[in-house]
Design a protein. Structure first.
Length: 270
């Protein structure tokens, strides 16, 4: 039975770059001719869904053939009854099983807040990637930091959510989720704050079992690409109509490093 790899992008903090990263991973695998399905669990906000719709519109308007994933949008209920929750969970599990059976990769984008399907997605994750803005405020969901000594006091709320999901996964006899915490929007100049965050992430990673990754720099191009539904992997090709610039090249290299770090093949150019 073919079993696609499930990659979940998650964090209990909003605005850290989850949907942007999800879209780039989808396109990375599609460009490599993999079968890819995507799921937007943040249906209310729908950023990933809109990103994909923008791509379809751009593709149609310019008469170009841009790859698109099989995409599902899921809107989670706000106050479900016990029965509604069970129904939604069963539907989610069924959909995920089908997508996994029919695709090489299933990429799940999640909202920046806890919820019943959010938790289920974390249990299903073969790989979990958590983007994190480079600040102590964002680190708070991962760890409580002692203000005087600047050391880790205890794991934060999201680290506990992941721990619980891993417990459930172990009960299902599935291999442990490989968890990566990725710094996003890193400034180009190295600061004391940046070094501190890296040191704290390394210490926390050893404690709660994740691998910290250097991640993506702060670049305006990510915001510009969204409206056209394009990614770093499309620019520079005749069909996209967007010229390649130095920031694109640098960001693409960072993306490749992420794929390498999570163990994916990066041996040929997109
Ligand atoms: N590396 C980056 N450089 C510059 N801007 C970025 C970068 N990554 C993401 N952004 C921008 O940050 C904003 C938030 O990104 P995104 O929507 O991907 O985050 P999110 O974690 O999915 O947010 P939410 O929790 O609301 O779903 C967007 O405007 C996006 O273009
Ligand atoms: Mg999002």
């Amino acid at each position: 039975m073919p079993k696609g790899k499930i990659i979940v992008i998650g964090n209990e903090k909003g605005g850290t770059g989850k949907s942007t990263l999800a879209m780039h991973l989808i396109m990375w695998f599609l460009r490599r001719k993999k079968l890819v399905a995507s799921m937007d669990l943040d249906g209310r906000q729908g950023t990933l869904t809109h990103y994909i719709q923008n791509r379809a519109s751009y593709s149609a308007a310019h008469g170009i053939d841009l790859e698109l994933p099989e995409h599902l949008t899921v809107t989670v209920r706000e106050n479900p009854t016990e029965e509604e929750r069970r129904t939604d969970e069963a539907a989610f599990t069924d959909q995920l099983e089908r997508l996994q059976a029919e695709n090489d990769f299933v990429i799940i984008d999640t909202p920046g807040a806890d919820g019943y399907l959010f938790r289920l997605a974390h249990v299903a994750a073969d790989i979990l990637i958590t983007p994190l803005n480079d600040s102590l405020i964002d680190l708070d969901v991962l760890a409580k930091v002692e203000p005087e000594t600047l050391t880790i006091k205890s794991p934060g709320h999201y680290a506990q959510t992941v721990w619980q999901a891993r417990q459930k996964r172990a009960a299902l006899k599935k291999p442990q989720t490989r968890w990566f915490v990725l710094r996003n929007r890193v400034m180009h100049v190295s600061t004391r704050n940046e070094k501190l965050i890296w040191r704290l992430l390394e210490a926390l990673g050893k404690r709660v079992n994740f691998t910290p990754l250097p991640g993506l720099g702060e670049r305006i191009i990510f915001r510009e690409l969204f409206l056209k539904g394009l990614t770093l992997l499309d620019v520079g090709s005749v069909r996209s109509g967007v010229a390649l610039s130095m920031p694109h090249v640098a960001a693409r290299q960072e993306l490749r490093s992420i794929l390498q770090a999570i163990g994916e093949d990066t041996s040929f150019e997109s």
